[in-house]
Design a protein around this ligand. Sequence first.
Ligand SMILES: Cc1cc2nc3c(=O)[nH]c(=O)nc-3n(C[C@H](O)[C@H](O)[C@H](O)COP(=O)(O)OP(=O)(O)OC[C@H]3O[C@@H](n4cnc5c(N)ncnc54)[C@H](O)[C@@H]3O)c2cc1C
Length: 439
Amino acid sequence: MAKFVLVGSGLAGGLLATYLGRRGYEVDLYERRADPREGNIVGGRSINLAISTRGIHALQTIGIAEEALQHAIPMRGRMIHDRSGELHFSPYDIDPKKCINSIGRAALNTTVIEAAQRYPNVRVHFNHKCTGVDIDSALAHLETANGAVTARGDAVVGVDGAFSAVRKSMQSEIAKFEYDESYLAHGYKELTIPPGPDGSWRMEKNALHIWPRKSFMMIALPNPDGSFTCTLFWEFEGPRSFATTKTDDDVRRFFAEEFPDALPLMPTLLDDFRNNPTGSLVTIRCAPWFYRDKACLVGDAAHAVVPFYGQGMNAAFEDCVVLDECLEEYSQNRERAFAEYFRRRKQNVDALADLAIGNFIEMRDKTASKTFRAKKKLDHALEAALPGIYLPLYTMVTFTRMPYARAAKRAQIQDALVYASPFLIAAILLAAMLWLVAN
Ligand SMILES: Cc1cc2nc3c(=O)[nH]c(=O)nc-3n(C[C@H](O)[C@H](O)[C@H](O)COP(=O)(O)OP(=O)(O)OC[C@H]3O[C@@H](n4cnc5c(N)ncnc54)[C@H](O)[C@@H]3O)c2cc1C
C-alpha cells in the first residue's frame, strides 16, 4: 500500500489521517507543535468553533461524530445585542432542530488524532516542523529538537494551515503556480465571559451572540464549562481601532460605549485585551492543489477563508471526504485522484471565500437592522411555503451538503425572483387593467 506523509495534525490533518488509515495506507503525520493531550492548547486561534452539517457528515462517515460532539453546544440562532442592551433572537431555520454547534478546537483536535491512531498503520510525530518539501521525490524536511530529519513517502499532503510550508515548496517548484492572499483591514481578538458563580451560562446558552456595530462587531460562542469565548472583529487602524486603543481606560470606555451589556460580564477584559494576540484575517486562493501523484494540499493550506460563515473547518473536513472518495474511485491512479479532488473542490471553496467575506458585512452591519430581521422572516416564510423549492442561502451553506458554488448561484436566482416578483405582479396587473380599459 502507498505511503502518505502528512504535514500538520490540525483539524483536517487528524481527520485525513483517519480516512487514509481506514483505507489501509501507511501514514506518517508530522506536527510542529507538541501533543495537544499534554496540555498544549492549539494556540492563539479560536478556542471554539461552529460545526455544522458538512463537518458533522465528515465525522459521521468515519464513525466518530458521537464521540466528537459529546460536549458540543447547539446554537439555534443569532442573539443580537443592540447598543441599549436589548436582545433580538433570530432562529437559523424554520426547523428548530437545525442548529450549528459550538465545539472546542482542542477537544476536537484530540478526537481526530486519537481516531487516526487507532489504525496501526498511522503514526503521529509531534514536535516535527516541516521546513520544505522536495515535491518530485515526495520528501519532507523536518526540524526536531534533535536536529534535522527527512521523511519520504509516495506522496506528501500539506494539511499545515494557511501559512503552509508544503504549499510554499509547491509554489517555488511548480511553474505557473497561481497564488493570491488578501487580508481584511480588520483583525480579531479573543476575550472571555467566565461562567456564573454556580457554573451556569450568564447569557442564553443555545445561541451565537452578536453585537453588530456597522463597521465592526463582537461575537460570543458558549463553552461547556459555562463560559463564552468572545471574538472582537475590529479595524487594525483608524480613529477608533486596535491601534488607537492603548490604555486600560481606552478599552473600558470603548466597551462601555459599544457593548454596555457585555462589559459587566467580562471581569478579565483588561487582561485579556492586553495579553491576547490580535490575529489577522486572510483569504488564500491558489492553484493547482496537487503536483503529479506526489503532493497535494487540503484544508486551509489550499484555501483559507475568513471565519464569518463558520465554514473554514467544515470545508476542510469536506475536502477530506472528497479526497477519500477520489482515492477510492481512482485507486490505481493517484495523480488522477488528486486532479479530480482539485476539480471537484476548487470552484466551491472559491465561492465559499466570497460568501464568507459577504457574510462579514451581513453580520456586523445588517443583522442590527429591522430590514434584516424582516428578510429572515420572509426567507423562512418562503421556505415553509415552498418546501424543497426555496432554500435560504444560509440554510444551503450550513444545513445541506449542496456544493457551495451551486448554493451561491441558486441564492442569486431566488433573490432575483423574490425581489423582481412584486414588480412583475404590478406590471401584469397594469397590463391587465390597460387591456380592460382598451377593450
Ligand atoms: C477566529 C477564527 C474563527 C473560526 N471559526 C470557525 C468556525 O466557527 N467554523 C469553522 O468551520 N471554521 C472556523 N474557522 C476556520 C478554521 O479554524 C480553519 O478552517 C481550520 O482550522 C482549518 O483546519 P486545517 O487543519 O486546514 O488547518 P489548521 O487548523 O491551521 O491546522 C494546521 C496544523 O498544521 C500545523 N503546522 C503548520 N505549519 C507546520 C509545519 N511547517 N510543520 C508541521 N506542522 C505545521 C499547525 O501547528 C496545525 O496543527 C475559524 C478561524 C478563525 C481564525
